[in-house]
Design a protein around this ligand. Structure first.
Ligand code: EPU
Length: 301
């Protein structure tokens, strides 16, 4: 999707940086995705005006966070991509509260808080992506989820067209699911974290890093786990038991390290990955009677 010059000029006045014909394969951890114009939002306060402008001009859009949990269609994409781009994503600590910009790196936030003797998020250290993405998905690992620590979220709500602040109690955080609307854009979060010495947090971080390195294909292009775990079960174990590690469609492949990670082993296309996902889902359904749900967010074109 291409923005015309007149709209581009209006966006510039609102502090938006326009990048034309960006390859989203370069912006996602899977290395898959077609091309479109990208709008970098430097000034949060102009977001409502930017969104009104896009609506007026009938320009469809998607919000991209860290690009680590998304599978994007191939070719020319029928929507532009919006990306928060604060020059220095803000992070500050006051007592047991941490105030963090949604565009900050999740792991960076965990270490920043650790340096201020705040813990409770050690398990999230190796989860790639932005704080905004982690909020939207209620990211979790090794017994930690971000949701229970959230006290306030500042966000742009498409429903009202305004920037609003929600209290933690107004948001529901479930397993890899939240009550945010798909077109809500996270801007900032206030977390409340338990006091813990830097040394103690670092020790916890090391344990999680070690577990992750020993079980996940960290040096391959992936979007983490492809399927959610079914209640009481493990998608990775079922796929593994079916002997599907290494199974591929084109360059889309079930990791031979962790069967719920599907990797781009070369030049995989979105269509290859979707076919692989469907094949594996069907094999699991036939063998176990379990219908696996996607954990990865799919943006088809
Ligand atoms: N297993 C196998 N074969 C495999 C993979 C796993 O037999 O190929 C077995 C393991 O031996 C273990 C069980 O399955 O007994 C569970 O595996 P693991 O501990 O690796 O955890 P998981 O349930 O597969 C979840 C999250 C991960 C998170 C880890 C660690 C989901 C879908 N996945 O994986 O999150 O990092 O726990 O807490 O909830 C993600 O969300 O993208 C993600 C990677």
């Amino acid at each position: 999707m291409r923005i015309n010059d007149q709209t581009a000029a209006q966006l510039k006045e609102l502090g938006v940086e326009l990048r034309r014909g960006v390859s989203l394969a370069e912006q996602t951890s899977l290395g898959i995705g077609g091309t479109t114009d990208e709008l970098l939002l430097h000034r949060y306060e102009t977001i409502p005006d930017v969104m009104r402008l896009l609506a007026r001009e009938n320009i469809p859009h998607r919000f991209l966070g860290g690009g680590t949990n998304v599978l994007i269609g191939d070719g020319e994409l029928p929507w532009v991509v919006l990306h928060l781009r604060a020059a220095h994503p803000g992070m500050r600590v006051e007592g047991n509260a941490a105030y963090v910009d949604a565009s900050a790196d999740l792991g960076g936030m965990v270490t920043f808080c650790a340096k201020h003797d705040l813990g409770g998020m050690e398990g999230l250290i190796g989860v790639p992506g932005s704080v905004g993405g982690a909020l939207r998905m209620n990211a979790g690992a090794y017994g930690t989820q971000i949701g229970p620590h959230v006290r306030e979220v500042e966000l742009y709500r498409a429903a009202s067209g305004e920037i609003e602040t929600l209290r933690g109690a107004e948001i529901s955080f479930d397993y890899r699911h939240t009550s945010f609307a798909p077109d809500d854009l996270m801007l900032r979060v206030k977390l409340e974290l338990p006091s813990k010495s830097y040394k103690e947090v670092l020790a916890g971080i090391r344990v999680c890093n070690e577990k992750r390195r020993s079980s996940q294909p960290l040096n391959q292009k992936s979007a983490g786990c492809i399927f959610k775990n079914p209640p009481g079960g493990s998608a990775g174990r079922m796929i593994d038991e079916l002997g599907l590690k290494g199974h591929r469609v084109g360059d889309a492949m079930v990791s031979d390290r962790h069967a719920n990670f599907f990797v781009n082993a070369g030049h995989a296309r979105c269509s290859d990955m979707l076919k692989l996902i469907d094949e594996v889902r069907e094999r699991v359904r036939t063998a176990y009677g379990v219908q696996l749900e996607n954990e990865v967010i799919v943006w088809r074109n």
